[in-house]
Design a protein around this ligand. Structure first.
Ligand SMILES: Cc1cc2nc3c(=O)[nH]c(=O)nc-3n(C[C@H](O)[C@H](O)[C@H](O)COP(=O)(O)O)c2cc1C
Length: 191
């Protein structure tokens, strides 16, 4: 959900619920090394939004090219977020120790929990990573220590766009039964 209502704040109670859901997710060895920065200060959000906008402008050049073939609907929606990230009532930035990417498997289960908890409360989110083109600026804005990396920039707010069921490829194209290439699902008579 990339179109968010800038004028409708998210309650402290809802934020607590969403963050608690994120913290309940599994982490490798229960290490719980992820640190979640919940940004509500408008000055900081504006600065994050300005960084994200610069990244979007850079990314839009290749995303708009015919060889990339990005769905037009997604492009327009991503473009909206590119211009309005800083207006999201809340922006969450999860961080973890070490170089970028090393803790992904321990960070993203929490990110998914956060997004699902938000959705259950009627709040929209988007997992974004484009900001990483200028990650050092984000780290500076949020005082993130040198030895930590960021994993996402997640705007949260009430939706202005329409909720719709996610469009995904058919199961038969993506899932195999027992071995690579064999059909999974009702077409398989052995199940
Ligand atoms: C790892 C990852 C990075 C993403 N980064 C961005 C991003 O920087 N900006 C953005 O607008 N959407 C981003 N997305 C959202 C995807 O573009 C989106 O999930 C996809 O277009 C499908 O849209 P849907 O889930 O609404 O169907 C990202 C998603 C993932 C999983």
């Amino acid at each position: 959900m990339r179109r968010l209502d800038a004028g409708r704040p998210v309650s402290e109670a809802d934020l607590q619920t969403i963050i608690e859901a994120a913290l309940k997710a599994a982490t490798g060895s229960n290490s719980q090394t992820t640190r979640w920065i919940v940004v509500t200060d408008s000055g900081l959000r504006n600065r994050l939004g300005a960084v994200y906008q610069q990244c979007w402008v850079q990314a839009a050049e290749f995303l708009a090219s015919p060889e990339y073939a990005l769905d037009d609907r997604i492009f327009r929606s991503a473009s909206h977020l590119g211009e309005h990230m800083g207006e999201a009532p809340v922006i969450v930035v999860p961080c973890a120790p070490g170089p970028p990417g090393v803790a992904s498997a321990s960070v993203f289960p929490g990110v998914q929990n956060l997004m699902l908890a938000a959705r259950a409360l009627g709040l929209g989110t988007t997992l974004t990573t484009l900001y990483a083109m200028r990650e050092s600026e984000v780290k500076e804005i949020l005082d993130i220590p040198e030895d930590h990396s960021t994993y996402a920039m997640i705007p949260i707010g009430y939706p202005l766009g329409r909720w719709a069921e996610a469009v995904r490829k058919p199961t038969a194209e993506l899932v195999f039964h027992d071995r690579w290439g064999s059909v999974f699902g009702s077409q398989n008579s052995d199940t």
